[in-house]
Design a protein around this ligand. Structure first.
Ligand SMILES: Nc1ncnc2c1ncn2[C@@H]1O[C@H](COP(=O)(O)OP(=O)(O)OP(=O)(O)O)[C@@H](O)[C@H]1O
Length: 635
C-alpha cells in the first residue's frame, strides 16, 4: 500500500547539490497535500463502492450464490492470515486450518456455555484462543525455515486434526447449533457481517503495514541478518507474525462456525491448509484484494468443476500450478493488479506527487542511478537531534570515548583461523578504514564485531560500553550498525518505509530528504524493488546513518560504483561524523576511496593486523605493499 498522506519538505539548500526538481519548490508541497487528499478520496470512494457492491450482492444474488459468496469472504479472511505469515514475513505455514479449527472449536464451546454477547464477543475470543498456538508454532520457526518449517506446521495441522476428530466439536453430539445474533439470522445478513469482518481485518493489516512491526515482517522476508542488523529482534518479528496470523485464522474459523451452524473436524482437513497456502501465494494474499481474489477463485473453481462433473481434486492442481507460476515470477495476482493500477495512475511528468518528489526521473528509469555527487555540503543544516532514549544510546559515540574499540577478537571456522587476536580502534568523530587482500579476514571480523559469528574471546566496546555479550539487534540498538556487501535491502518496502525502519524512529520529511540527498533520482515513495542494486546499497548506507549510531560499519559501499562516483562518495563519507555524529569503519578494496575518506586505516593479512595508522604512512610500509598490494617494496 502506498502511503499517500505525507507531505515532503524541501531538502536543505546547499550549493552544488542536485536536489531534483521537486523537493526544492514549496509549490511541490501543495501538490503533495493535494495528492494526499486525493489518496483519502480514492480509498474512501473504493470503500463506498465495495460496500455498495456487497449490499448489491447480498440483495440481488440467489440464496445459493449468497452462501457461496459468504464462503469466498470467509476464505478471504483465512487467506489474509496467510498473507501475514507467508506473504509478508516469508515463512511457510501449512497449519492455518488448524488455527481456524481452534477458533471454530472455541466458538462452539462459547455457544454451548451460552456466553453472552453472541458472535460479536465469541469472534475475538476465538481469534485470541488461536494465538497461543500461533506462538507455539512460531517457536520452531525461530530456528527452522523452508521445508523443515513446512513439516513442523503440517505436523501440527495433522495433530490438531487427530485431536479434533477424536473429540467432536462442542455441542455436536447434543445437536446444539451455533446461534447467530439478532440481525444476522439470514444468510444475506451474515454475508454482510462476514464482509465487515474481512474489511476490518484488511484495514487493520493495512495500518500495521505502515508501522515498524509491518516493516519488520517484510524485512524478515528479505534477510534475517539485515533485519537483526537494523536493530530488530528476529524472534520477535517471527513470533508476532505467527501470533497475528493465528488470530486472523481463528476469526475465520469462528465465521465458518456461524455460517455452518455446526462444524466437524472434516471442515478443517489438514490438506486444505496446503491448498490455502497455494492459493495465498497464487493470489498474493499479503494484499487484501489478493485475499479476496483467492477466496473467490477457490469457490468459483470448485463450483465450475462441480457443474462440469470434474473431480474436485483438479482445483488443487490449478492452484498448485498458479502458485508455482507466482513463485517463478516473484509476485502474485494482487501485485500484478497493483502494478497495472500504479502504471495508470503514475504521472508521466514525474512531478506533482509525493512519490515523485525529489525525482528527476522515474525510479525505474535508467536515470535512477546512485549519485553521490549530490552529497550534502558542510553548510547544510545539521539534522534534528533524535529524541528517544534508544536513539540517545545510539549517539553515545559522539562523546569522548572511542566510538569503537575491539581487542583480542578471534574468529575460527573449524581449523581455519580467519581472525587472530585483532585489536582496532575507531576514534569518535573519525572515518577509519579496514583493508586487506581477499581472504584477509575483514568480513569475518565485521561479523564478529556485529555479533553474527561468535568472537573467540576479546571485547567489543561501543562508546565505551562493552557490547560483547549482546545479540545482533541489541548491539545495533546500542549504537553499532553495519551494512552488507550483498544487497539485503527489503524490496517489499518503499524508500520511505525502509528509511524509517532502518532509522528505528519516525523521520520528518526534512530528514527523509536529507537521507536521500546523496540519491538524487530517488523519491521517498519509490518502491525499493524499482531501484538498481547500486542505489539500494547507497540507500542502505543512508538508512544506517539516519539511525545516528555511534559507529557505522560500512562493508564495501563503493562496490559497483565508477571511479568518479567513488571519489564523490569518499568526500561525502568524510562529512559523516560531523553531519550525523557517527564514526565510520569503512571496509573497502578501493584504496583511493580509503585515502579520500579515512583519517586512519588498519590493514589485515591472514587474519592479523599488519599495520595501522594514517593512510599515507600505512600504504608506504613495505609489509603492506608486499602483502596487500602484491608489490615488492620500492626502497
Ligand atoms: N564460513 C566459513 N567457513 C570456513 N572458512 C571461512 C568461512 N568464511 C570465511 N572463511 C575463511 O576465512 C578466511 C577469511 O575470510 P573473509 O571472508 O573473512 O575474508 P575477507 O577479507 O572478507 O575477504 P574478501 O575481501 O574476499 O571478502 C578465508 O580464508 C576464508 O576462506
Amino acid at each position: 500500500m502506498r502511503p499517500a498522506d505525507e507531505s515532503t519538505t524541501p531538502r536543505p539548500a546547499a550549493a552544488g547539490i542536485d536536489h531534483g526538481d521537486d523537493l526544492a519548490p514549496r509549490a511541490a508541497q501543495g501538490g503533495v497535500r493535494a495528492f494526499a487528499a486525493r489518496g483519502v478520496v480514492r480509498w474512501s470512494a473504493a470503500a463506498v463502492v465495495l460496500a455498495v457492491l456487497a449490499y448489491a450482492l447480498a440483495a440481488g444474488l440467489p440464496v445459493y450464490w449468497v452462501f457461496l459468496a459468504m464462503s469466498a469472504v470467509i476464505s478471504g479472511v483465512l487467506l489474509q492470515s496467510l498473507g501475514v505469515v507467508a506473504g509478508q514475513a516469508g515463512m511457510v505455514s501449512l497449519c492455518q486450518m488448524a488455527f481456524a479449527a481452534i477458533g471454530a472449536w472455541t466458538t462452539a464451546q462459547l455457544n454451548v456455555w451460552g456466553v453472552p454477547g453472541g458472535l460479536y464477543v465469541w469472534l475475538p475470543l476465538a481469534g485470541l484462543a488461536a494465538v497461543p498456538f500461533g506462538l507455539l508454532i512460531g517457536l520452531p520457526a525461530l530456528r527452522l525455515r523452508g521445508v523443515h518449517l513446512a513439516i513442523i506446521t503440517l505436523g501440527f495441522a495433522a495433530t490438531v486434526d487427530i485431536v479434533m476428530a477424536a473429540n467432536s466439536f462442542p455441542g455436536v453430539s447434543q445437536g446444539i447449533v451455533v446461534g447467530r445474533p439478532a440481525g444476522l439470522g439470514s444468510d444475506r445478513q451474515y454475508f454482510l457481517f462476514c464482509c465487515g469482518v474481512f474489511a476490518l481485518v484488511a484495514v487493520a493489516l493495512a495500518l500495521v503495514r505502515r508501522t515498524r512491526l509491518g516493516a519488520s515482517w517484510r524485512a524478515l522476508r528479505e534477510s534475517e541478518r539485515a533485519t537483526a542488523a537494523a536493530g530488530t529482534s528476529v524472534p520477535g518479528a517471527k513470533l508476532s507474525a505467527f501470533a497475528v496470523s493465528a488470530f486472523i485464522a481463528g476469526l475465520s474459523g469462528a465465521l465458518l462456525a456461524g455460517q455452518l451452524a455446526m462444524v466437524v473436524s472434516r471442515n478443517f482437513d489438514p490438506g486444505q491448509s496446503l491448498v490455502a497456502y497455494a492459493v495465498a501465494i497464487m493470489a498474493g494474499a499479503h494484499l487484501a484484494e489478493g485475499a479476496l481474489i483467492g477466496g473467490a477463485l477457490g469457490v468459483v473453481v470448485a463450483e465450475l468443476l462441480r457443474r462440469f462433473d470434474v473431480p474436485q481434486q483438479w482445483a488443487n492442481v490449478v492452484f498448485a500450478v498458479g502458485a508455482v507460476q507466482a513463485m517463478t515470477q516473484g509476485s502474485g495476482m494482487s501485485d500484478g493488479l497493483r502494478a497495472v493500477l500504479h502504471r495508470r495512475r503514475r504521472p508521466r511528468t514525474g512531478s506533482g506527487s509525493p512519490d515523485s518528489a525529489g525525482s528527476a526521473a522515474p525510479a525505474d528509469s535508467p536515470a535512477a542511478t546512485p549519485s553521490p555527487s549530490a552529497a550534502p555540503s558542510p553548510s547544510s543544516p545539521p539534522p534534528a537531534a533524535p529524541s528517544s532514549s534508544e536513539t540517545r544510546a545510539e549517539t553515545a559515540g559522539s562523546g569522548r570515548a572511542d566510538a569503537l574499540r575491539i581487542a583480542g577478537v578471534s574468529v575460527r571456522y573449524g581449523q581455519v583461523v580467519a581472525v587472530n587476536d585483532v585489536a582496532l580502534t575507531v576514534p569518535a568523530g573519525e572515518v577509519h578504514g579496514l583493508v586487506g587482500p581477499n581472504g584477509a579476514g575483514k568480513s569475518s571480523l565485521v561479523d564478529a564485531i556485529s555479533g553474527f559469528v561468535p568472537a573467540g574471546g576479546g571485547t567489543v566496546e561501543v562508546g565505551g560500553v562493552d557490547v560483547s555479550g549482546l545479540a545482533v539487534h541489541r548491539r545495533a540498538r546500542a549504537g553499532l550498525r553495519r551494512t552488507f556487501q550483498q544487497d539485503r535491502v527489503p524490496v517489499g518496502l518503499t524508500v520511505r518505509e525502509y528509511l524509517r525502519f532502518a532509522a528505528r524512529r519516525p523521520l520528518g520529511d526534512a530528514e527523509l530528504a536529507d537521507g536521500l540527498a546523496g540519491l538524487a533520482a530517488v523519491a521517498p515513495g519509490d518502491p525499493i524493488a524499482a531501484l538498481d542494486v547500486g542505489t539500494r546499497r547507497l540507500l542502505e548506507v543512508a538508512g544506517t546513518l539516519l539511525a545516528r549510531p555511534a559507529v557505522a560499519v560500512l562493508d564495501e559501499p563503493a562496490a559497483g560504483l565508477g571511479h568518479s562516483e567513488s571519489e564523490r562518495l569518499g568526500a561525502w563519507l568524510r562529512q559523516v561524523p560531523a553531519r550525523y555524529g557517527t564514526s565510520v569503519l569503512l571496509i573497502e578494496h578501493d584504496l583511493d576511496l580509503v585515502r579520500a575518506a579515512c583519517s586512519g586505516v588498519t590493514v589485515l593479512d591472514f587474519g592479523e593486523v599488519i599495520a595501522a595508522g594514517p593512510p599515507a604512512e600505512v600504504f608506504a610500509e613495505p609489509r603492506v605493499q608486499r602483502a596487500y598490494l602484491g608489490q615488492e617494496p620500492t626502497t
